[in-house]
Write a protein of this length. Structure first.
Lengths: 540, 461
């Protein structure tokens, strides 16, 4: 403790590390940083998880099938493997969807080849083909995608050849595969990259139909948890902005196929989807901007970015009008809640962008972020994209395919002349840029990558936050300690939290979480009585 | 419609599973290991397996599920997971200090052929397992059996790790393997045994582990679970009661083989008849008399059935889930004069259909019974589309069918992701049967209240 009674971060860190075996301490120490927003501090990220440490992380399959492809309603997502992987990723991520005009929605279904030992011994390709055929015969979907689980890669099933064969056979159904075996990479992040690659190869650019509209954008890395995308769709519609495709909340195959006709890519979750944006810029000439619609102020800022990109007075005026109107409502609602949340404290350990984005909402509530970190992010998500050239590519990342992309001679279209781009940049619009989390966090706050159970337990004990944000595995562990945990993957079955309306929902949610009476009920009254009488006896 | 693409017409499938009525082995192994006091379950495979299992168990119990993973990378998948497991054990014993680590395998580590006993002895040799600490293991490849198999295999693994041949036999003390049931069910079995003043050891036992109170302190190892002392004494019991053919007989057989303890098979005591048989078997084996209080509970259950029999008679039911539970449930529903018409389990095993068919014959009823490959909820839904039932019973995934087809729905089995109560209110024993019966009646009567025309809306029912 220092003389104000506040625990000193360096001491907390030393205590945490002292429990680890020496080698583990050495490695974890580099992933636990005491922040300095001005000096650029390097954080270790996207490296192998330490076995046995109790990590939050999941696997490549989860990142590919669960996160990126899961929200698309009209693809039959077929898991090739034993039954578990398909089962656990069945409807558990809360990606909401509307069935769309043609009514195709396979999201409530789980499709699996349910591989048995004979498939492992003799190969599973035959069963896979048969399963694809059966899916086609029953459902006649637009697309079938195949997701490889661990044993598939090991026994050498060639899902991509199977996909090509079946696609040719059907003629009216796109079939493609994802080699997203769980052991690839070090976390879900590898799966995001694999998903991006295949989406780009097999879907983006297939359909040149331009449905019109003056301001045509794609929204990337928005997965419609709790209905976020619905609010954003409505917001864009109200502003006269045409949303060509969302990757991939409330999305459809057709949207992906037409996404190259948009003029701007707006990235929400940088970690999971920046690859597609980069490739689309290269091949089709679509520039990208980092946006954030989590937080009312951030939403206003992001809308202004989009408006300034399109350089249209009417759009700018509409954006300003919306911001003025909505912010008045937001502020009115916040006024009532703010006194109850002000100066409370939070920790966020989740995902690859939410632990950053949601800081904006907490700040709007007057709350302080004591510690934050990602589950599967890379250094650029912490330190900003300027560190990209200095990131060493290790063996685990090298195994993930990097697609070589070239200008499409027919479909490439320059959206901005170099002069126009330079002019926008001089006005403060930053293309292809993400500053990361650390620059916006307080000095001396903790930044921790891939936090372990032991580390979070110690942080809770020493810093006593008013709320901890993480996922389902952490939820009841933290709550047993008397600290509310808000699930930031699933929104604790609530939401939406994006945009202006979402911000108000979040204020109310957090108010409930940090001001509930339940934590005061933990101790039985006779225990309190006992401790009082014990001290009385002692006193007498 | 939520399941808008499910056609009425049944096309035979040979390769594709849609909406499975089972999951994979390792999650069962993890659950079983949580029923051992101060035991740390460890998943030897990709970290996604462990993340998925912890997530699903957490959603089901709304409790902490603490477990570790070997976090395989591509390198480990090529060169073997020995280094990962040895390092994991070192970290687990150093940081989390369990008394036992229960290692289960996954499809990944099984496919590459990792030899767990060999890796464990390597860890022992290199001093990674501290003095007085234990390690048990089970082979649980996801491409064999189901979550039920994984549970049974880990129970066997635990028994194998501790069972000692003993000269001494403690007369009238028995072992109980309760099968994959809820903490509330294990607590209810304990309550019944203590009412009878019978001596027993139960393995595993997740009560007081996965139903822990909120106190403001996270106990990494809650107070419940079978203790090491108890595990070491299993070989001294006079016999083992194995509740459930699929989940408990393999463990009982392991103990018989290793320690010469005979076993008797009984169904999981779901409903009146199975509870009768369980209590009689427990009474015979321990010499303890079935207490008057239990007899009273039985009488109360029968009373409740007779009071409300008119609402139950002839009602058709579709059930899906795990084989040991479904056998008990089928018999209970038949005892209630109801008609279990479709009975589906993703878990394979001929014993299942044989038992169900025997029950149907005994009660003079017919049912469509299917288990194993393609015995999934998609098929069940198609059956329902062809001929509707009055009640659907199964895990949370059934809510999509129930809503589409407007059928009253009782959540039962694993996993239940959207309601609470199963950790605290049992479904075994007479008390459990009363609780289940109350829930079934509530569904029927609420439906009647909802649908009755105003003129025939009833006050008294």
């Amino acid at each position: 403790m220092n003389n104000k009674g506040i625990p000193i971060p360096e001491i907390i860190k030393d205590n945490i590390m002292s429990k680890y075996p020496a080698k583990v301490a050495k490695k974890r120490s580099k992933s636990m940083v005491i922040n300095d927003p001005v000096a650029s501090i390097e954080i270790q990220a996207n490296v192998r998880t330490i076995p046995g440490i109790i990590t939050q992380r999941g696997c490549s399959y989860a990142g590919c099938k669960g996160v990126v492809l899961g929200p698309t309603r009209d693809i039959v997502n077929l898991t090739h493997g034993p039954i578990g992987c398909g089962f656990y990723s069945w409807l558990t991520r809360r990606n909401q969807t509307q069935p769309g005009p043609d009514g195709e929605n396979y999201m409530p279904y789980c499709f699996s080849t349910d591989m048995q030992d004979e498939n492992i011994v003799f190969g599973g390709e035959k069963k896979l083909k048969e399963a694809i055929q059966e899916a086609y015969d029953i459902f006649h979907p637009k697309a079938i995608s195949i997701f490889s689980t661990c044993p598939v890669g090991l026994i050498g099933d060639d899902i991509h050849s199977v996909a090509v064969e079946m696609k040719e056979k059907f003629g009216d159904c796109n079939v493609f595969g994802f080699s997203c075996e769980g052991y690839k990479g070090v976390s879900q992040s590898a799966g995001h990259h694999i998903a991006n690659n295949q989406l780009f190869k097999h879907l983006v650019g297939n359909d040149d139909t331009n449905t019109g509209g003056k301001f045509r954008i794609n929204l990337l890395g928005e997965y419609n948890i709790g209905g976020d995308a619905f609010l954003l769709e409505k917001m864009f519609e109200d502003l006269g902005i045409t949303l060509v495709a969302t990757f991939s909340g409330n999305s459809s195959v057709t949207q992906f196929e037409r996404s190259h006709t948009a003029d701007l890519n707006c990235i929400m979750c940088h970690r999971s989807i920046n690859y597609v944006a980069e490739m689309m810029e290269e091949k089709y000439g679509i520039p990208w901007l980092k946006v954030n619609f989590i937080g009312a102020e951030s939403t206003a800022k992001s809308l202004r970015k989009i408006a300034s990109f399109f350089r249209d007075d009417e759009l700018s005026a509409n954006v300003e009008k919306m911001i003025t109107e909505k912010m008045a409502i937001v502020k009115e609602q916040l006024k009532e809640i703010y006194p109850r949340t002000e100066n409370k404290t939070a920790m966020l350990f989740v995902g690859g962008s939410r632990a950053h984005h949601y800081q904006d909402l907490f700040k709007e509530l007057g709350m302080k972020i004591l510690a934050a970190g990602y589950e599967f992010a890379h250094r650029d998500d912490y330190e900003g994209r300027e560190v990209l050239p200095t990131i060493k590519v290790d063996a685990d990342s090298r195994n993930i395919e990097e697609i070589k992309v070239e200008k499409d001679p027919a479909k490439y279209k320059e959206r901005l002349s170099p002069e126009e781009k330079a002019s926008l940049e001089s006005q403060g619009l930053q293309f292809n840029n993400y500053d990361g989390m650390m620059k916006e966090m307080d000095p001396k706050s903790f930044v921790i990558d891939d936090i372990s159970h032991w580390e979070s337990e110690e942080l809770i004990k020493t810093l006593k936050p008013d709320i901890f944000c993480a996922g389902i595995k952490e939820k009841y562990v933290i709550q047993k300690s008397g600290v509310p945990l808000f699930q930031m993957h699933s929104y604790d079955y609530g939401g939406p939290f994006a945009g202006f309306e979402g911000a108000v929902n979040f204020y109310k949610e957090i108010d409930r979480r940090v001001n509930t009476k339940v934590w005061g009920l933990m101790q039985a009254p006779w225990k309190k009585e006992a401790s009082i009488s014990a001290s009385l006896i002692k006193a007498s | 419609m939520l399941l808008r693409h499910t056609p009425k017409e049944v096309i035979e499938r040979n390769a594709l599973t849609i909406n499975p009525a089972k999951t994979c082995q390792p999650i069962g192994a993890m659950y079983a290991a949580l029923g051992i006091h101060r035991c740390f379950p460890h998943s030897h495979g990709s970290q996604g397996c462990c993340a998925y299992h912890r997530s699903t168990l957490t959603r089901h119990y709304k409790e902490p599920i603490m477990a570790g993973t070997s976090s395989f990378t591509e390198g480990a998948s090529v060169f073997g997971g020995q280094a990962n497991l040895v390092q994991a054990l070192d970290n687990i014993y150093t940081i989390y200090k369990p008394d036992i680590v229960a290692v289960h395998t996954t499809c990944l580590s099984e496919t590459i052929g990792d030899d767990i006993p060999q890796i464990v002895s390597k860890a022992q040799e290199s001093g990674k397992i501290p003095e007085g600490k234990y390690i048990v293991y089970a082979s649980t490849p996801s491409y064999v059996g189901s979550h039920i198999t994984g549970f049974a295999n880990m129970v066997s693994g635990i028994i194998q790790g501790f069972a000692n041949q003993s000269e001494r036999v403690i007369e009238n003390r028995i072992n109980i393997i309760p099968g994959w049931v809820e903490p509330s069910d294990m607590a209810e079995i304990r309550r019944m045994m203590s009412l009878m003043r019978a001596k027993y050891i139960m393995v595993p036992d997740t009560s007081d582990v996965l139903d822990a109170p909120l106190t403001g302190r996270h106990e990494f190892y809650p107070k419940g679970g079978t203790t090491i002392k108890e595990l070491q004494s299993l070989g001294e019991s006079s016999m083992t009661l194995a509740l459930g053919h699929f989940t408990s007989v393999p463990g009982a057989e392991t103990l018989r083989r290793l320690a010469d303890v005979p076993y008797e098979f009984q169904d999981i005591p779901i409903g009146i008849s199975a509870t009768d048989r369980f209590l009689m078997a427990a009474s015979h084996a321990t010499g303890a008399e079935i207490s008057e209080s239990l007899e009273t509970e039985r009488g109360q259950l029968v009373d409740m059935i007779s009071d409300m029999q008119q609402y139950l008679y002839g009602k058709s039911v579709a059930i899906y889930g795990d084989p040991d539970q479904l056998i008990g449930l089928t018999e209970f529903l038949l005892d209630l004069d109801m008609h279990p018409k479709y009975i589906i389990s993703g878990s394979a095993g001929k014993v299942f259909t044989k038992r169900i068919n025997a029950l149907m014959e005994k009660y003079g009823k017919e049912a469509i019974v299917k288990n194993g490959p393609q015995a999934d909820m998609f098929y069940l839904h198609q059956l329902i589309k062809n001929e509707k039932v009055d009640l659907l019973i199964g895990n949370t995934y059934g809510k999509y069918m129930a809503r589409d087809e407007d059928i009253p729905f009782l959540r039962y089995g694993f996993p239940i992701l959207d309601r609470v109560g199963h950790s605290y209110f049992p479904s075994v024993g007479y008390k459990g049967a009363m609780y289940m019966l109350k829930n079934i009646l509530d569904l029927f009567l609420d439906r009647k209240d909802r649908d009755a025309p105003e003129e025939s809306f009833e006050l008294v029912m």
